[in-house]
Design a binder for this molecule. Structure first.
Ligand SMILES: Cc1cc2nc3c(=O)[nH]c(=O)nc-3n(C[C@H](O)[C@H](O)[C@H](O)COP(=O)(O)O)c2cc1C
Length: 263
């Protein structure tokens, strides 16, 4: 039995505009996808060859198509083009070769606080549509999102949210997270990380390689970029044309039985 809740209610359709139901439905190319996923490796040395601007933009655009929680798109992608800033970021990344030799550095950032503005933006978007938006979608962004994602200054609401979830959770299904700033950060980072994978696969599809990096001094990178402390750097993606010796070894993965469980 399915409980009636905001998630089941969200199935309401945009009246009079059913064309979107077919979006993506005809795509079927498992071989190409398998080849692409297998072709992506973390490359640590790149040649001097530049990636054409149009390709970089296309890859970032594809990153922005990643699935993301509540479609609130709490992410930012900074393409670093200023030479002085690039130098600072390379130094803050321990001058690791993947950063130092990359022709492109893209700093991928989670901006959890942007959920509030983006909720309003979504409502304004609904208003601008020529078709009627399901009421449940409006309620989602006007009521549920503020209820779930507001954690208050210095986590002031955390104990109340915990108590509410614990008590209400005895009787019904409740969304347990996020209840704290840390939870909200994690929530935002998850979606941004999915976009990072899109970004790396997109570069590979265009014949370029990438290296995701978290080997950096986040404080220094944020300072150099003038990023507010509420933003979280998820990873820095270096990209470029693979140089000889750019791969440090063959791919290693542990046996799948270790990770894949069937319940
Ligand atoms: C979040 C994250 C951070 C990483 N940080 C670094 C890094 O700082 N430097 C580096 O050389 N590789 C880094 N890597 C790359 C991993 O070492 C690499 O993905 C792993 O060894 C598997 O190799 P593969 O990507 O070629 O399959 C990072 C990967 C991820 C996902």
């Amino acid at each position: 039995m399915t409980e009636k809740n905001v998630f089941t209610e969200m199935n309401g359709s945009f009246a009079g505009n059913e064309a979107f139901q077919k979006e993506g439905a005809d795509f079927h190319n498992p071989e190409a996808f398998r080849d692409l996923v297998k072709a992506r490796r973390s490359v640590r040395k790149f040649t001097d060859e530049k990636i054409p601007d149009a390709i970089v933009h296309e890859c970032i655009d594809l990153a922005l198509l990643a699935p993301n929680s509540s479609n609130l798109q709490t992410w930012e992608f900074y393409r670093i083009v200023t030479p002085e800033l690039k130098d600072q970021i390379i130094r803050a990344s321990f001058s690791q070769p993947a950063a130092a030799t990359a022709s492109e550095l893209i700093v991928c950032v989670a901006n959890p606080a942007s959920w509030r503005f983006h909720s309003r933006q979504m409502l304004a978007h609904f208003d601008s549509l020529p078709v009627e938006t399901p009421k449940s979608a409006r309620l989602y962004y006007s009521k549920l999102a503020p209820f779930v994602y507001t954690v208050g200054f210095f986590n002031v609401l955390t104990p109340f949210k915990w108590l509410f979830n614990t008590v209400a959770g005895l009787f019904r299904v409740v969304p347990r997270e996020p209840i704290s700033q840390h939870g909200l950060d994690l929530w935002s980072v998850k979606s941004c990380a999915l976009a990072c994978e899109n970004l790396m696969l997109a570069f590979r599809a265009h014949g370029y390689d990438t290296c995701p990096m978290e080997g950096y001094d986040s404080h220094r990178v944020k300072k150099a970029m003038n990023l507010s402390c509420s933003k979280k750097i998820v990873m820095i993606v270096g990209a470029g044309k693979r140089a000889d010796g750019g791969l440090y070894g063959p791919r290693i993965r542990f046996p799948r039985e270790q990770f894949v469980k069937t319940l």
